[in-house]
Each structure stands twice: as C-alpha cells, then as structure tokens.
Design a protein. Structure first.
Length: 182
C-alpha cells in the first residue's frame, strides 16, 4: 500500500526531474527514444562492472535511439556520497559517461522521487514488490514512456542488449544487425 500504488502518471514523459545542478529537465524531451533508467552509485561493489557497460551500450546504440538516464542514489549504505555534480564528474571522468547524470534522488520511502514511484508502480510484482533493493536497478522504457522491463542489480547491462535491440526495432528504427553495431 505505498505511494507507488497510487501514481497517476501513465508515462515517464510526464515527469520533470532535476539535472546535477538542480535545473529542471522535462522528460518529454525523450519522447520517441528508448530509455534505460538506472539508479547509480560511485562506491558500490557493482560500480566497476555496471558503469562501463552502461557507457558501452550508450555509445553503441545512442544513434539508434537509446538514451541512458542515470540517477545517483545514496540510500544503499551511503554508496553515492558527495554532491550530484561530484557524482556526474566521477561518472564522466572515470567511466566516460556521455549520458545524463541527474540530481541525486531517493528511490524508496516517503521521499522517493516521483519518477521512481512511477517506475516501481509500473513493474510491481512478487519478485520486486514496490521497493528497489539495491544500486543499479535498471528500467527499460519504450518510446511511448512505458516500462518494458525491470532488471535487478545482478543483471549486467550488456545482458540486456537483446531486449534493447528489440525495443529499438519495435520503435520504428528498423532492423538493427549485430554487424552494424560493431
């Protein structure tokens, strides 16, 4: 019975979030794109695997219609310390992230960011419930702003590649061959 069950929004495009400097970003800007939304952390044991793979996926598919949206979160053992700008600098310098790193958010609890309430409500099931369990939970979103699938921390971003290709192909981008991607 949490806030995640009473989310009125029908699409991620209805939300406005903050960039790492605190300026509003209207997510309707991403209409027509396949999105991979991730709660990231800089000090997590999964950081050195997840960030490079997110960067690789973004570079490989950005021209085909993929956008990665990263939201630092400090709720899991305080593994995302420092300011939002420091989190962006870390991701860009250490992992060459070229995708947006937004303002730090809470993903669970009373102060959960509305966009994460929406994401959780869209994927509530027995396995996940309405909580995000750890850093690097990933949500694949279609071009209409609807959640296609939720992936837990243990799913490496590159393991999602087939689902990303399928979402891009379904989104009118045409068939994407693996030859074209290499």
């Amino acid at each position: 019975m949490g806030a995640a069950e009473s989310v009125p929004e029908k699409s991620i495009h209805e939300f406005v979030v903050k960039d790492c400097r605190g300026k509003d970003v209207d997510l309707s800007l991403y209409k027509g794109k396949v999105l991979l939304v991730v709660n990231v952390a800089s000090k997590c044991g999964f950081t050195n695997q997840q960030y490079p793979q997110l960067t690789e996926l973004y570079r490989k598919y950005k021209d085909k219609g993929l956008e990665v949206l990263a939201f630092p979160c400090n709720q899991f053992l305080k593994q995302s310390p420092g300011s939002s700008e420091q989190q962006k600098k870390f991701a860009c310098e250490k992992f060459k992230a070229e995708y947006p790193i937004f303002h730090k958010v809470c993903v669970n609890g009373q102060n959960a960011a509305p966009v994460f309430r929406f994401l959780k409500a869209s994927t509530k099931n027995i396995l996940f419930g309405n909580r995000i369990r750890w850093n690097f939970t990933k949500f694949l979103i279609d071009v209409d702003g609807k959640v296609i699938k939720r992936y837990g921390t243990m799913t490496a971003p590159l393991a999602m590649e087939d689902s990303i290709i399928e979402a891009l192909e379904r989104a009118h981008y045409g068939e994407i061959s693996s030859k074209e991607m290499n």
